[in-house]
Design a protein around this ligand. Structure first.
Ligand SMILES: Nc1ncnc2c1ncn2[C@@H]1O[C@H](COP(=O)(O)OP(=O)(O)OP(=O)(O)O)[C@@H](O)[C@H]1O
Ligand SMILES: [Zn+2]
Length: 812
């Protein structure tokens, strides 16, 4: 399956580009993306083999292996899927096209069309060419095996796509949506493999027992050994052979050499036991990895499969996957909300823990958003759906976590590089140990070859390499479960290095919903001035303006405002009944030379109470002051105190005036305040901290602080559940607006960091000890297998521990 951005017949790529979940990633038209599924790829040496083969192809631009999902994502131009498959299969591993697709681009819909006659690449090419010229088609993905064509198209374009298919004589039928759901790759293990393993174990033990009484070289022992290898080791040999052919020393190659070597030096029962133990250990390791992978998919399990939708004569239960946007759906008390939507009747309280990690009930009434997977605890509500099942907020969280896994964290990159040197070096030492002592010092060949074989088993870097992705995935999943969406292992790992955290005032430390507290008329009556101010304020969605507009309500008949304009960081202006008015902060008053000592005194008095004051100016004269107050979030103070205790310096950045900023800062316990900043100044502040060597996080709403968020080492968005953009653009999205989640993130990041390094130390430590024991002749093959696999298991389990990182980490 591949996704192709459109290229037209005449070779003109469409102007269209679309972003990816990965930060800042935009594909040029003409790039295809294919996700290959490699079920046997469980160790990085194997992904390395696939990667190497794919790199040889001209036109491959990017390869991202994902061990956890056993997938390889390939970006390429000018190649066919068949060529990709052939190349990838050269590694000897089974490779298939992955049925699961790339995220739907924003503002596009995804349709799955069954094209009965499409079963060979010629038809694929035909469709590609025809649809590339259709308007509004962003991407196509083909699955020839299932004869399915998936098209991402602009809403309402589906009929045109079908018509285009008719025109080229293929036609097609639309399948119900939801087919492109996140699906766990089926586990590859069959019951028969368990039986083989058990029988192999029995044969290995029998070989050992028999050898005890009749000696190693007895035909019975040899027979039982060969039986064990046949039952448990053929896969290892096969994979090992493919690797060796590519001069790649993966665990299978090393084990094959070790077992074969043991056989050659006459250690039959040991060969049987080592083969068997290795097969068991591999199975256990695969199981633990599955567990890490399922933890992510488990997030998705919280949705309900059916929805109760409105039909002509009442309500009907239908599969949630097929419900279109805009459908009226009902949720009874105690039920899970089936789809994302907006309440249209009734009111209730909802447990939003699946999204935010907080099980405090949230009130919902008409107009409020509902999220699929959350639990309706109060009354019955009806809501209109706003997203298909496979694009709900929860589904997007799951996809973001899965995508995050694939991007390598810095430690992982380091470990991978290390591993590429480690194995050949240990292999070289093993060769020297086998050959040098007998040649140079007249040592016993069998003894030294045996010691070398032990070293081969230790030469596998699997434990080391697998530990990082497992740890990172566990950390990402643990975070998602408590409502913290981290967009890459990089950010999870970097969190522990943060030294400065810049926080926006409005909406971050405060609730962002100020209300009007004072009106001071300087001329005329309060009502007269409020009428004018409200007319201007209603045109703006700035929280300060909204407070003025809300206070006025519909007390006054609406006034016409001409030439309305927002003045960045200052206020708004417009012409009412032929007179030009402005409404804005002190800076605006100064700009207009409309200030006076008396006015200044009044402004300061209000501001020192933590209120934001704005002035209505008409005909160059200050007419009235309006003050609004924004309540500090209940947990801001606590969160700031904990951040400070963790050694992170909180800094408040705000466009608001100095007095108000300082009053709020005092309330929440922040010492350093930067006020009266224009949006570009926030960016400069971040850069300034960075130039001092600080690792800077920035928390904001992403509206006027987007540049600062992007420049910060880690950009946090709060209250992301309701806003699609925040989920997609922030590095870390906090699903609700509890600032204590910032503390939770830092703690989790620190825990992840220490687990990563514990694992590296553990894996390398065990290897180092065994390497020494092997050279000294104190280690047996058995012990080496135990040590190697034991190390793998230990690091995997240690990584999985993060999944249980205390849920209340942010409240301690
Ligand atoms: N549309 C507007 N209506 C009323 N006042 C405004 C408007 N735009 C700006 N102001 C005034 O200018 C100040 C700075 O605005 P700006 O949007 O830069 O910061 P902010 O978003 O309010 O604060 P923060 O930086 O803490 O989020 C506001 O506090 C307000 O007094
Ligand atoms: Zn002044």
């Amino acid at each position: 399956m591949s996704t192709t951005a459109s290229t037209c017949q005449h070779g003109q790529p469409h102007a269209q580009k679309y972003g990816d979940a990965h930060k800042g990633h935009v594909y040029e038209a003409g790039t295809s993306i294919t996700v290959l599924s490699v079920p046997d790829m469980c160790c990085p040496t194997e992904s390395g083999m696939v990667e190497k083969d794919l790199r040889r192809l001209h036109g491959v631009t990017s390869i991202t292996p994902d061990l956890m999902r056993r997938q390889v994502r390939v970006e390429y131009t000018g190649l066919t899927e068949a060529e990709l498959l052939t190349a990838a299969r050269h590694s000897g591993l089974a490779v298939e096209l992955q049925a699961e697709a790339v995220p739907v681009p924003r503002n596009f819909e995804r349709s799955v069309i069954l094209v009965e006659q499409m079963d060979c690449p010629t038809e694929e090419a035909l469709i590609r060419k025809r649809l590339a010229c259709a308007d509004g088609v962003a991407a196509m993905t083909f699955n020839l095996m299932q004869r399915r064509l998936t098209v991402d198209h602009a809403p309402g374009q589906l009929p045109d796509v079908l018509k285009a298919l008719q025109e080229i004589g293929l036609g097609g039928t639309v399948e119900p949506s939801g087919t492109a759901q996140v699906q766990p790759p089926a586990s590859q293990r069959h019951a028969s493999s368990y039986w083989k393993l058990i029988l192999g174990g029995v044969a290995a033990v029998a070989a050992e027992a028999l050898a005890f009484s009749v000696g190693d070289a007895h035909w019975g022992v040899i027979g039982l050994t060969l039986l064990t290898i046949a039952l448990t080791g053929l896969g290892t040999y096969r994979k090992g052979w493919f690797a060796v052919r590519q001069l790649n020393l993966n665990i299978h190659a090393l084990m094959s050499v070790a077992v074969t070597g043991a056989v050659f030096i006459g250690r039959w029962p040991e060969a049987a036991m080592v083969m068997f133990l290795f097969a068991v250990a591999e199975m256990i390791e695969a199981k633990s990895l599955d567990r890490a992978r399922r933890a992510v998919e488990g997030l998705m399990a919280m949705t309900s499969d059916t929805a109760t939708v409105k039909v002509a004569d009442g309500w009907e239960i239908v599969p949630a996957a097929g419900v279109a946007i805009g459908t009226l759906v009902r949720a009874r008390p105690g039920e899970r909300i089936a789809l994302d939507g907006q309440v249209v009747s009734g009111s209730t309280t909802v447990d939003q823990a699946p999204i935010t990690g907080e099980s405090i009930p949230v009130d919902k009434s008409i107009g409020d958003p509902l999220f699929a997977g959350t639990i309706n605890q109060g009354g019955e509500v009806a809501y209109r759906t706003t997203a298909p099942a496979n694009d709900s907020t929860l589904a997007r969280i799951v996809r973001a976590v899965q995508d995050a896994q694939a991007s390598k964290a810095p430690t992982q990159r380091f470990v991978d590089t290390f591993a590429t040197y480690y194995t050949p070096i240990v292999f070289g030492i093993a060769m020297a140990v086998a050959a040098l002592p007998p040649l140079v010092a007249g040592g016993d060949w069998l003894t030294w070859v045996y010691r070398a074989l032990v070293m081969l088993v230790i030469a596998c870097p699997c434990a080391l390499v697998i530990s990082t992705p497992v740890t990172v995935v566990s950390g990402l999943t643990a975070a998602a479960r408590r409502g913290i969406l981290i967009k890459g292992g990089l950010f999870l790992e970097q969190g522990h290095r943060l030294t400065v955290l810049a926080l926006d005032k409005t909406g971050t430390l405060t609730q962002g919903r100020p209300s009007l507290t004072d009106i001071v008329a300087l001329h005329g009556t309060q009502d007269e001035q409020l009428r004018l101010a409200a007319a201007l304020a209603r045109r703006s969605d700035h929280p300060v303006s909204m407070a003025v507009g809300a206070y006025a309500g519909d007390r006054f008949p609406p006034l016409d405002v001409a030439s309305f304009k927002a003045i960045n960081g200052r206020g708004v202006e417009g012409v009412i009944e032929g007179v030009s008015y402005l409404l804005g902060n002190h800076r605006l008053v100064e700009d207009l030379n409309a200030c006076s000592p008396a006015l200044e005194l009044k402004l300061n008095a209000l501001e020192e109470q933590g209120k934001t004051a704005i002035v209505l100016i008409g005909d160059g004269q200050a007419l009235a002051i309006f003050a609004v107050a924004d309540a500090v979030r209940p947990h801001s103070r606590e969160a700031i105190a904990e951040l400070t205790a963790l050694g992170i310096e909180p800094v408040m950045l705000t466009g608001d005036n100095r007095h108000t900023a300082q009053a709020i800062a005092r309330q929440v316990g922040i010492a350093e305040v930067r006020s009266e900043l224009l949006p570009e100044h926030k960016l400069e502040a971040i850069k300034e901290f960075q130039s001092r060597g600080a690792v800077v996080g920035m928390v904001g709403d992403g509206i006027n602080d987007a540049p600062a968020l992007a420049t910060a080492d880690i950009g946090f968005a709060m209250g992301a559940a309701g806003t699609d953009t925040a989920i997609e653009t922030a590095d870390v999205a906090l699903m609700d607006d509890d600032p204590r989640k910032l503390v939770g993130f830092i703690r989790l990041s620190r825990a992840t960091h220490s687990v990563l390094w514990q694992n590296i130390a553990l894996a390398l430590g065990i290897k180092a000890v065994f390497l020494a024991l092997a050279v000294l002749g104190q280690a047996t093959l058995w012990m080496a297998v135990f040590a190697d696999m034991g190390a793998s298991l230990l690091v995997v389990l240690n990584g999985l521990r993060l999944l249980r990182h205390p849920a209340n980490a942010c409240k301690q």
